[in-house]
Design a protein around this ligand. Structure first.
Ligand SMILES: Nc1ncnc2c1ncn2[C@@H]1O[C@H](COP(=O)(O)OP(=O)(O)OP(=O)(O)O)[C@@H](O)[C@H]1O
Length: 644
């Protein structure tokens, strides 16, 4: 299911790394080459993990040096020496049996049955872990991101520059400690690389001068001259203050952060942020531990993006951030429905009175100490004053992967305020990630799997069902069609209706949502099932009524068009069937699946794809992404009905 690559052996990895190293030997580099040679020698020493491997391959917990040498394909003599060294360090036990050769076994025998094995591939900057425990996962997620997790064959983490840039550590030494704890031992070349990335992220910072203006500080005159002064011009900075300091033009902080980020030097933002007009706020709910950690990290930085699966409590944690800032707050959301839900939630979870909470959108225009506005309104010229009407101390961007660029542009002058983004989809297909990072802040997250394991969010089961064509006419049309038309025909395969019926009938007690991408198909399915079809064409009040009925359990089935992705916050469902919608972005897949990840009930997602069509490949790729998030993904190919 996933594109997990089989790890090479360590030896292959190092052999590959070797070809880069020390190939040019001149007088000066000889010492480097010698050092590398030594290190290679070190790296070739038998490690405890390799001993474990050997035991596993031999199927025995106790081995002779000869057996280890044979299994690992290493010289007997050096293996004996290495095993001695491991025993001296207390990692192996040695037992001499008279007349027989010495045998070796791990000091912790239980290691063999229930141990996590960490293999580092420094050159690819990948870490593969077998059965990592919670602690290891928490440590790893501080400097690497989970690229694959299929539960059976291990977790693959990759360390990207931005993972290091946003590591929540005070110093490189602290980060290195976390790495060593997670990896079990030191990986020198990975550490070197991480160190260089760490340095990059600590070359520049923005600070507030005692006279109130912003200063860009560089760590050295060289980096100021070679990087900042090459990338920035008089639009961004006034005259230099010193060799390492520039006086920043008001309002260009966001542009500076972006330019330097793109040059590979993310800027630390240490300005004194303006808390705006004071607004005392008490929380009426106690935050969960991970939410408290999010809020603490936000409090420390003054900015950031909470990244967690839907239903993981980002909205509630955002209120924790509001209570920390205690300033007037502007919340921007993608739709009116969400504005209303936010207003209700603020009233429920904080000490604020309803009269202090305003909504600002097509329906209502209230600007109050806490104002929730839609992106649509916030992007309109005639409503631009929204940003300046009050001294906002905090701006919250809900679903911040959707923030339209005009809203970003308009809110850049709010850079001096606290900024918080909320997102359930960390992965972007365009370059929004840079925008979010530089305009809002760095991601603050928790390993999703940890949230599933702790039971805060129910992990959905996902199944892709490959459905045969419903009739020959469509199949033939598909064969002769081209390009996007192929997707369209496959998406609307009439065979899917039967499959939807079947799935609904096999979950008779579930509250279900059926998603479609095409209005025509939505109407057909809704008609056939005798239920309403909710689309962009459904009047607003009608939409709300239907959703309310669904929430109150007065309805248990709705067919929803793509509008359900962006505009409205769908109620909790037990079952989601994605009948079409595989032509969109990866994010869409995540969000749809996410709708059923609410804590209640054993939520289940079925994605239908037409067998043998492009949809099939697409489904596989989209759901891989979910697999990487630690969900269980299953595939099932359905046979055509009799006679076809
Ligand atoms: N600390 C908490 N204590 C009790 N309940 C909580 C807490 N945090 C969140 N919840 C509950 O969990 C549910 C989901 O929370 P919330 O709406 O904040 O999640 P979310 O991550 O913002 O979801 P979405 O991404 O769908 O907007 C809500 O019903 C909320 O009441």
């Amino acid at each position: 299911m996933t594109d997990e690559r089989e790890p090479n052996t360590d030896a292959e990895e190092f052999a590959a790394a070797d070809s880069d190293d020390g190939s040019e030997v001149d007088d000066e580099s000889r010492t480097v080459a010698e050092r590398n040679a030594e290190r290679r020698d070190d790296d070739r020493r038998v490690t405890l993990a390799e001993f474990h491997d050997a035991c596993q391959r031999e199927g025995r917990p106790v081995l002779t040096a000869g057996a280890v040498a044979r299994t690992l394909e290493r010289p007997h003599e050096s293996v004996s020496r290495d095993l001695d060294a491991l025993a001296d360090r207390g990692e192996l036990e040695r037992l001499s049996v008279s007349t027989d050769p010495v045998v070796w076994y791990p000091s912790e025998l239980e290691d063999l049955t229930d141990r996590e094995r960490v293999v580092v591939f420094p050159k690819r900057r990948e870490i593969v872990v077998d059965r990592p425990d919670q602690f290891t996962r928490a440590q790893l997620s501080q400097f690497a991101h989970l690229a694959d997790a299929n539960g059976e064959r291990g977790y693959r983490y990759v360390v990207r520059p931005e993972d290091v840039w946003q590591a929540p550590h005070e110093s490189f030494d602290a980060l290195a400690r976390t790495m060593r704890q997670a990896l079990g031992e030191r990986s020198e070349s990975l550490e070197e690389w991480v160190h260089s990335q760490w340095d990059r992220a600590h070359q520049f910072r923005l600070t507030t001068h005692e006279d109130g203006y912003t200063v860009l500080e560089a760590k050295s005159p060289e980096v100021m001259g070679n990087v900042a002064r090459q990338k920035l011009d008089e639009d961004h900075v006034h005259a230099p203050i010193s060799e390492t300091e520039d006086w920043v033009r008001e309002g260009s902080e966001a542009a500076i952060k972006r330019l330097l980020y793109e040059a590979g030097y993310p800027v630390q933002d240490h300005r004194d942020l303006d808390a705006g007009e004071a607004l005392p706020i008490d929380l009426r709910v106690s935050l969960r531990d991970y939410q408290r950690t999010w809020v603490d990290r936000f409090a420390e930085a003054g900015e950031g993006v909470f990244v967690g699966p839907p239903g993981s409590g980002k909205t509630v944690a955002a209120m924790g951030a509001m209570a920390h800032v205690e300033g007037e707050t502007l919340v921007l959301v993608p739709s009116r429905d969400l504005a209303r839900q936010w207003a209700d939630a603020v009233a429920e979870y904080t000490s604020l009175e309803p009269g202090q909470i305003g909504q600002y959108h097509g329906g209502r225009k209230e600007v109050r100490p806490v104002t929730i506005a839609t992106y649509q309104i916030a992007g309109m010229d005639r409503h631009r004053s929204l940003f300046d009407d009050r001294e906002w101390g905090l701006v919250i961007f809900d679903e911040c992967q959707h923030v339209p660029s005009d809203v970003y542009r308009r809110s850049t002058h709010l850079q001096s305020r606290h900024r918080l983004g909320l997102s359930a989809s960390p992965i972007r297909e365009d370059d929004r990630q840079t925008e979010i990072f530089t305009l809002v802040g760095p991601p603050i997250g928790t390993d999703w799997q940890a949230l599933f394991d702790a039971g805060f969010v129910a992990e959905p089961e996902l199944e892709i069902r490959y459905v045969p064509w419903g009739d020959d006419e469509q199949r033939n049309a598909y064969v002769s069609a081209e390009g996007r038309e192929k997707y369209r025909i496959a998406a609307q395969n009439r065979g899917k209706l039967e499959e939807v019926r079947y799935l609904l009938s096999s979950h008779p007690d579930s509250k279900a949502l059926v998603f479609v991408d095409y209005l025509e198909q939505g109407r057909e399915i809704a008609d056939a099932l005798g239920v309403p079809f909710l689309s962009g064409e459904t009047p607003h009040h009608e939409r709300r009524r239907l959703l309310e009925e669904f929430r109150r359990d007065e309805r248990d089935l709705l067919v929803v068009s793509r509008v359900g992705d962006e505009g409205i916050d769908l109620p909790t469902a037990d079952l989601a069937v994605v009948a079409s919608g595989l032509g969109g972005s990866r994010r869409q897949g995540t969000q749809r699946a996410g709708r059923t990840m609410r804590p209640a009930g054993g939520a289940l997602v079925y994605v239908l794809a037409t067998r043998g069509s492009r949809e099939e490949d697409f489904a596989r790729r989209q759901l891989q992404h979910l697999g990487r998030k630690g969900m269980t993904v299953r595939e099932r190919t359905l046979e055509p009905a009799e006679g076809e």
